[in-house]
Write a protein that binds this ligand. Structure first.
Ligand code: F6R
Length: 251
């Protein structure tokens, strides 16, 4: 497989601005064609500056999200929709509340549904993505263990949206948002690897020195389900955007 093209910027801010430009261009192209623009979105610390830049472009440069349909990667399970740590809340406070996206076009896995409804919810999520025409551009972060979405190491190449058990390392990495690590939910609903790989274009972001080893493995190492992000090497339009620290171990 081709190794992944890597774009290294001085800082997360510059890289995020470049990704925001790519998104804005795509949204406007689709607008001119009278078509929806289907975005796959991530949460966590990595996309914060990207969403801030998109909000700025909406306020200062007239970038409209009227034709945007969004699908978020994942959500903790179970979690209240407006819990401080919920990804639903994160998306509204970092992006959706500040732009003109139509509420009915926002899709986030539902962390509040009953357990016996989860399977149907996941299948319906996949169907909604298909019905929207598929994801035009998927934005990803990367976990220290190589996860994308919450597809932990060992996730199948053929996985779809489903309920998964979070790795302890993931719960620990995300525990700063909770009072203690034991309060981090043990489960999550995530798009699958196959769901992600079906996107027409994929951009993965990584910032800071802690991500350097896993970025090297994902971009240049063997393609293995043990490093889910390495499976992206099989996609024909994927690129990694990083700062110099995250790119410091690339050969
Ligand atoms: C979040 C997600 C995760 C994060 C990853 C990195 O929606 O899908 O894969 O992208 O855990 O998290 P941060 O950006 O907090 O380092």
């Amino acid at each position: 497989f081709e190794k992944v093209p890597c774009h290294i910027y001085e800082g997360a801010k510059e890289a995020s601005a470049a990704i925001a430009k790519t998104i804005a261009t795509l949204i406007r192209e689709k607008q001119q064609q009278g078509k929806p623009c289907v975005l796959g979105l991530a949460t966590g610390s990595s996309p914060r500056l990207l969403y801030a830049e998109l909000v700025r472009m909406h306020k200062e440069e007239g970038l409209s999200f009227q034709n945007v349909i969004s699908f978020n990667l994942d959500e903790y399970y179970p979690i209240d929709a407006d819990a401080l740590q919920s990804y639903n809340r994160f998306m509204h406070s970092n992006l959706f509340d500040h732009v003109d996206i139509r509420r009915e076009n926002i899709h986030i896995p539902d962390g509040t549904i009953a357990k016996d409804q989860v399977k149907a919810h996941c299948a319906a999520y996949e169907e909604k993505i298909e019905k929207a025409g598929g994801i035009d551009l998927q934005i990803l972060g990367i976990g220290n263990n190589g996860h994308i979405g919450f597809n932990e190491p060992g996730s199948s190449l053929f996985s779809k949206t489903r309920l998964i058990t979070l790795d302890n390392s993931t719960r620990l990495a995300n525990s700063f948002e909770f009072q203690t690590v034991s309060q981090v939910p043990r489960l999550a609903i995530t798009m699958g690897i196959q769901t992600i790989l079906k996107a027409k274009k994929i951009i993965l972001m990584a910032w800071g020195p802690l991500k350097a080893p896993v970025v090297q493995l994902a971009a240049e190492g063997a393609v293995t389900e043990q490093i889910p992000a390495s499976l992206l090497q099989q996609h024909d339009d994927v690129s990694f955007f990083m700062d110099t620290a995250a790119g410091s171990e690339l050969t």
